[in-house]
Write a protein that binds this ligand. Sequence first.
Ligand code: MF3
Ligand code: CO
Length: 250
Amino acid sequence: MITIKSEREIELMRHAGMLVSKMHQFIKPYIKEGITTKELDRLCEKFIRDHDAIPTEKGYMGYPASICASVNDTVVHGIPDNYKLKNGDIITIDVVIGYKGYQGDAAWTYAVGEISDDKKYLMEHTEKALYEGVKMVKPGNTIGDISHAVEVYAKAHNLGIVRELSGHGIGREMHEAPDVLNFGKPGTGPKLKPGMTICIEPMLTFGERYVYIMDDEWTIKTQDGSMAAHYEHTILVTEDGYEILTPRLD
Ligand code: MF3
Ligand code: CO
């Protein structure tokens, strides 16, 4: 069931979303050569708890950390560990924060020091693919319109679209109906209505689209070792379009 949020619920989701944005802004200066992903996780968890909020990912189906920290060829669900970031890495920080029972969810990919032009290209166009999807959000359009816009943009830029993972509805739960795929046909799927809240999150690669899951049962990597980027926003459908509940503050 796709839930329609009341004004009160939307207010709480705005707050949760703003905490997600602020946490990204907070962690950005720490993303430097030499820091471990575990240390990033510790800092993020402290930030979240200091804001009277909950790191929703921690304990979700046994997930052991407060953020996902996915480096280079890891697409999603990288578990923070003792890996020390190196100059030239890219790292996606994906976080879900709960505030008074409502969730905000956003991911950005960050550069560590000086990165290659290929990585810059991948990051720039994965983020733009997200906004192509976001631009389709308005009452009357469908989920398929979003999916299609992301697909067209990613294909035009020769990036691989990971198909096994998708965006989703969000609210009291971090994952609600509907699925928001990163490929699809215009005019298909549920119609968007004011008060719906969804996460759009292209996961694109600088190579083939195929992925595999590691023995830890979380980490998802590209099969061909190509780099992956991931950008995600929590979006509210408004009367005449959309509101980004996790705005970038940089
Ligand atoms: N934040 C992810 C998403 O965008 C989900 C994280 S899975 C978890 O859907 F296990 F880490 F929580
Ligand atoms: Co999400």
